[in-house]
Ligand binder design. Structure first.
Ligand code: HEM
Length: 485
């Protein structure tokens, strides 16, 4: 093809592209978009937005943008025009209007690694069906009858391996605890068994890929994670086949008291859907809670007064149990852990395990005079609200006592709406975390046995960073001292 023929061929596409950008530009100039910057072509401001920063702050990028443009600004992130919201009211509005004005919209790479049937990426009816399964499985009833016992057993298993005056990574120990718990709850895998350990090893590689750039070529973390994903899926599939085989042999219903048994028995999901559901629950239930426990260990270490008050609360519970001749924690004991709940809320507020959510606008939306165009990405930054000095007194300060007012923190002005309305560590609306009650139970039971049996100090300086996933770069090394009750 000659040069002139090539130009003739390409000309209509170039003109169409130009016209399209002129139309988009015209439309945008008629809209009252929030102020902001577009950044570089294609990458926009993504690199600045993802720069690591201390997890108890909103980071330099966000601070600068909020100071310059206000709590609602426009940007270009993850390759798309985006509205970023650090505004408590807008965040709430976005989450409450899921499926009507906004919709969950995680980057494609997340779907690539967690699977297209993962709950994080599904929308509409399919999301609703998967959510129902997850809610049933994490129901209040199951927490009381099954999970509390398992949570305590797994806590004691981890804490029982800690020796007086020993040093180790608190983050690794928290991960061990939440992984063992989820593996048991989802597929009845026992801690320490070779297959559980093998799965854990694959899972570590998998996790590194979930949080790394989606560059799929040999040697990258993402590429290795995709390989681990298929090994993990083969493992789960093998477990499924064993179950089906066992049922055939027994010639009757075999009730397996785990998620796998439950979906095989009661759901119409395909194999592919079951695999993605299990993988995404393992991910959602393990990573978040372990970071939250590590954060609690970290914040408490810097707040001896809170440890003293916790110890008092848990000694009372332990004493009453001894007198009643009971050993295992029950639901009534859990309900007595009032100050512990304040510590949990404060840990989640200050540590912000999940910092922002991914949404897109389904329609043109007008909010407080600003236009959010249909199709634009919208990022409600929940961390920015939890660290807002207008809503929380000295937001960078770990202060569990702020939650003592019926579980709602007092607002910094003392006159405004209760900040409990804006406290959203588990998201909100129709996608509110289905594991929130389990996560709080895990934290409370872990704290119960931790403060009763140990004191601890940081063995090396470390602090939580947002990468934006929250992580302790050195794994939070601690030295523990056991003490008799
Ligand atoms: C401290 C621990 C946890 C935190 C901070 C947390 C936070 C969140 C947040 C913010 C969301 C909303 C995501 C969105 O709207 O895009 C979410 C969703 C979810 N979480 Fe959690 N989570 C925690 C623990 C758990 C646990 C223990 C489980 C399960 C065992 C779990 C399972 C889920 C599931 C299945 C979803 C998706 C819900 C849906 O799409 O309907 N999470 N979590």
């Amino acid at each position: 093809m000659s040069d002139s023929e090539l130009i003739l061929c390409l000309l209509p596409s170039v003109i169409a592209l130009l016209l399209f950008s002129v139309l988009i530009h015209r439309r945008q100039t008629h809209l009252n978009l929030p102020p902001g910057l577009s950044g570089w072509p294609f990458i926009g401001e993504t690199i600045g937005y993802l720069q690591p920063y201390s997890a108890t702050t909103i980071g330099h990028f966000m601070e600068q943008h909020v100071a310059r443009f206000g709590k609602i600004y426009r940007s270009n992130l993850f390759g798309e025009p985006t509205i970023v919201s650090a505004d408590a009211g807008l965040n709430r509005f976005i989450l409450q209007n899921e499926g009507r004005l906004f919709e969950c919209s995680y980057p494609r790479s997340i779907g690539g690694i967690l699977g297209k049937w993962s709950m994080l990426v599904l929308v509409g009816d399919m999301h609703r069906d998967m959510r129902t399964i997850s809610l049933n499985f994490l129901s209040h009833g199951r927490l009381r009858t099954h999970l509390l016992r398992e949570v305590e057993k797994n806590t004691l298993l981890v804490l029982g391996s800690w020796r007086d005056n020993s040093t180790f990574s608190a983050q690794d120990e928290a991960k061990k605890f939440t992984f063992n718990l989820m593996a048991k709850h989802i597929m009845s895998l026992d801690p320490g068994e070779p297959e559980t350990e093998q799965l854990k090893k694959e899972y570590v590689t998998f996790m590194k890929g979930v949080v790394s750039p989606p560059l799929n070529f040999p040697g990258t973390a993402y590429w290795k994670a995709l390989r681990s994903r298929s090994t993990i899926l083969k493992f789960i599939e093998r477990k499924m086949e064993e179950r089906i085989e066992r049922k055939k042999e027994a010639g009757e219903r075999v009730e397996d008291d785990d998620l796998l048994g439950w979906v095989l028995e009661y759901s119409n999901l395909s194999t592919e859907q079951i695999l993605d559901l299990i993988l995404s629950l393992l991910f959602a239930g393990h990573e978040t809670s372990s970071v939250a426990i590590a954060l609690a260990i970290f914040f408490l270490e810097g707040c001896p007064r809170a440890i003293d008050q916790l110890r008092e609360e848990h000694l009372d519970i332990a004493r009453a149990k001894r007198e009643a001749g009971e050993t295992e924690l029950n639901w009534e004991d859990y309900k007595k852990m009032e100050f512990t709940q304040c510590v949990i809320s404060e840990t989640l507020r200050l540590g912000n395990v999940v910092r922002f959510l991914h949404r897109k606008a389904l329609k043109d939306v007008r909010y407080q005079g600003y236009d959010i165009p249909c199709g634009w990405k919208v990022l409600p930054v929940i961390a920015a609200v939890h660290l807002d000095p207008h809503l929380f007194d000295q937001p960078q300060h770990f202060n569990p006592w702020r939650w003592q007012n019926n579980g709602r923190a007092s607002s910094s002005s003392g006159t405004g709406p209760s900040t409990g309305n804006y406290f959203m560590p588990f998201g909100g609306g129709p996608r509110l975390c289905t594991g929130s009650e389990l996560a709080k139970l895990e934290m409370a039971v872990f704290i119960h046995h931790l403060v009763l049996n140990f004191s601890w100090e940081l063995a090396d300086s470390d602090e939580a960073f947002a990468f934006p996933f929250v992580d302790f770069p050195k794994g939070l090394p601690i030295r523990v001292f056991s003490h008799s009750q």
